[in-house]
Design a protein around this ligand. Structure first.
Ligand code: ZN
Ligand code: ZN
Length: 274
């Protein structure tokens, strides 16, 4: 059995899963493989800018062998006018409940993707953030700031206690081959302090630079999630490409959040909102 994600990294109190079998010593066999990925935490539906219905996304995720899907539609923002407001999020949750009943062998998490403000702040208070199973924060203005401002923005979001996942902050910059615009060492240290998960993108068209930071993230004990950011059902399967790249980059299962099964993930997320 490969190395289990050490859930104690999130909070100091010890948490034991799998009959206490948290493995601390790693071998090459612990390197993540596509089959270790149990679910996806970054996907969009027609509720916002996705091409397919929530039901289609769930059905596809289930058909390709995943155990759960976190749907993380955008929250309303200037960059996402189609985003959910709180009323829409409540109606979406009712649909999620119906789908959970329809597919009792499959779990669905309701995440939300917020655009960070210029200073890294989130547009809603903690009570609102707590209503979602997890919070992804992304940086739509990346590249629009000088490196120091951008780094400060990402660090502030990384330290936010309610932020679960930093969406691949280098996203569009990678496509434009702009390196050095973000002080990744400082970001990774902030993620380690804030116990924030770093997303590594599984999208085959935009992967290069993400992986170069994975080794350091792992050294610092920063968890990562392999995410396709799927805006259509056919892109969900990109997680397999992501896992292969992660393996090449030396990522162990113990560093990858979405190697947890749905029960373990629920427990992990509950620690974050405690
Ligand atoms: Zn989107
Ligand atoms: Zn997204």
């Amino acid at each position: 059995m490969g190395g289990r994600l050490n859930l104690t990294v999130r909070k100091e109190r010890p948490v034991r899963f799998n009959q206490g079998m948290i493995v601390d010593q790693h071998t090459d066999n612990d390197l993540v493989r596509p089959c270790d990925i149990k679910g996806i935490l970054h996907a969009h539906s027609r509720w916002t800018d996705g091409a397919h219905s929530l039901a289609s996304m769930v059905e596809t995720a289930r058909e390709i062998g995943l155990e759960y899907l976190g749907i993380s539609d955008h929250f309303l923002s200037p960059a996402h006018q189609e985003g959910l407001d709180l009323d829409a999020a409540r109606i979406q949750l009712a649909e999620i409940q119906r789908l959970r009943e329809q597919y009792p062998d499959f779990d669905i998490f309701q995440g939300i993707e917020f655009d960070a403000g210029p200073g890294g702040e989130l547009p809603q208070d903690d009570d609102v953030l707590r209503q979602f199973d997890y919070v992804i924060v992304s940086f739509p203005e990346n590249g629009g700031y000088d490196p120091e401002t951008f780094t400060r923005q990402v660090i502030k979001a990384a330290r936010h206690p309610r932020v679960t996942i930093l969406s691949h902050p280098l996203g569009d910059l990678m496509l434009r081959k702009q390196n050095g615009v973000l002080d990744m060492e400082s970001v990774l240290q902030a993620a380690a302090e804030g116990k924030t998960v770093l997303e590594v993108t599984a999208n085959p068209t935009c992967s290069e630079l993400d992986w170069s930071h994975c080794g350091r993230a792992q050294e610092l004990g920063v968890l990562m999630t392999i995410s396709p950011n799927a805006h259509r059902a056919a892109r969900l399967v990109d997680y397999r490409h992501g896992a292969e790249r992660a393996r090449e980059a030396g990522l162990r299962c113990a560093s990858v959040l979405n190697t947890l099964d749905s029960g373990e993930l629920r427990e992990y997320l509950a620690m974050g909102s405690a």
